[in-house]
Design a protein around this ligand. Sequence first.
Ligand code: ADP
Length: 494
Amino acid sequence: MTTLTCCNYIDGQWLSATQTLLSRNPTNNEIVATFPRSDSADVDVAIASARKAYRSWRQVPAPARAEYIFRVGELLLQHKEELAQLISREMGKAITEARGDVQEGVDCAFYSAGEGRRLFGQTTPSEMPNKFAMTMRMPIGVCALITPWNFPVAIPCWKAMPALVCGNTVILKPAEDTPACATKLIEIFQQAGLPPGVINLVHGLGEEAGKALVEHADVDLVSFTGSSETGAFVGETCGRTHKRVCLEMGGKNAQVVMEDADLELALDGAIWGAFGTAGQRCTATSRLILHRDIKEKFTTMLKERTSKLRLGSPTDPDTDIGPIINQRQLERVKMYLDIAREENAKVLIGGEIADEGELKNGYFFQPTILDNVTPEMRVAQEEIFGPVVALIEVSSFEEAIAILNDTNYGLSSSVYTRDINRAFAAMRDIEAGITYINGPTIGAEVHLPFGGVKQTGNGHREAGTTALDVFTEWKSVYVDFSGSLQRAQIDNRS
Ligand code: ADP
């Protein structure tokens, strides 16, 4: 297949760079694209372009800004298959999931664009006569969007679309593994006719282009999704340089299966949650907390179904599980299997790199079930980001919830039970940003808040109307039409 040439997109121009990097297809290692290894000088130009465009973009009425995003949504629909094929090729997720990745961008476009005609503020009575009080959402300015490879279209859309509707200008720094997906996406924004400088694309390494963006004095906000380690750096730097910051980091999501659950339903959920996208979702199910009364039966069912999952090329419709994103990540998954064995977890199925036949050309890992896992083990605490699920046995609902909560993370969670009282107790007591009852840990919808508690995030939520809280600040406005000085914060009533 042809090698694509990706460029930076700055001030409405596609610009190449002197140094380039390569992205590869994780299924067969073919080169997918060359892309710029941008340095701080490239970042400076992109920020200057976004700053210049901000002056006029913020003045464009929000419904008119939103019109561009509606057009992006329509274009995404038109180019859905082409984009999905590219996602499967460059990132490796199964083609049906790749289509879902694009569809999420479409949903986000139409949802965010609808906000152009809302962006509601409030009016409220003043404490004084002949005085009017209201609140307005204000854009923040130049936003750096730093994104990972696992949702190469959906996550940039989640960030860019509400940011733009709110009147900000943006610079996207996509992950090194998926530059071609990001480039195609930005081409669509360009086709939608966005004015130059409103959306910019800067490719490159995290420690170079990414770091330069985060440290730059003329960036007002950073929205980051990625690893906890990088998130700590981003948060610390933004704190020091007084930037707004939204962080979306790791998870160690659990699905609880109680003794009264519909086991077939719970099984479908567990397979999809643990092995969908080869376990490379921040909401992936990496722990299954099983009541002891059903543990043996459920484990047998799980093992049998797992043994039937087919690894292979993501564009083959028969494939259940595609590759791991790259060699480094594959080795990391393997390292966690070594840790699991040292910790005396039992590998029930899988546990190895899959390299038979065609698979040897890519980065495949067998779907893996670890049994005899106890809550304090590293494989029960640390994010693995691969097709590996740890089974933990419990004796009661209370114990299940306590173990579910016993991690530093708090993104997604799930409980399978037919007991309504337990379901409501779970909603109340689980420490997570997302809780599913009788559904798997994955499957967020764009009009609900997305994000996590504890070390998963920093208190913000993406998607939903909550995205507006990331990308705007409130202004309180008082209009005094009394014609005289009315003094607040003075006791007028004495
Ligand atoms: P992953 O383990 O998923 O690659 P990272 O946190 O390393 O997670 O990467 C997520 C995004 O953060 C990528 O776009 C990457 O280039 C970027 N990134 C990595 N390191 C830094 C850094 N020091 N400063 C800013 N961005 C970074």
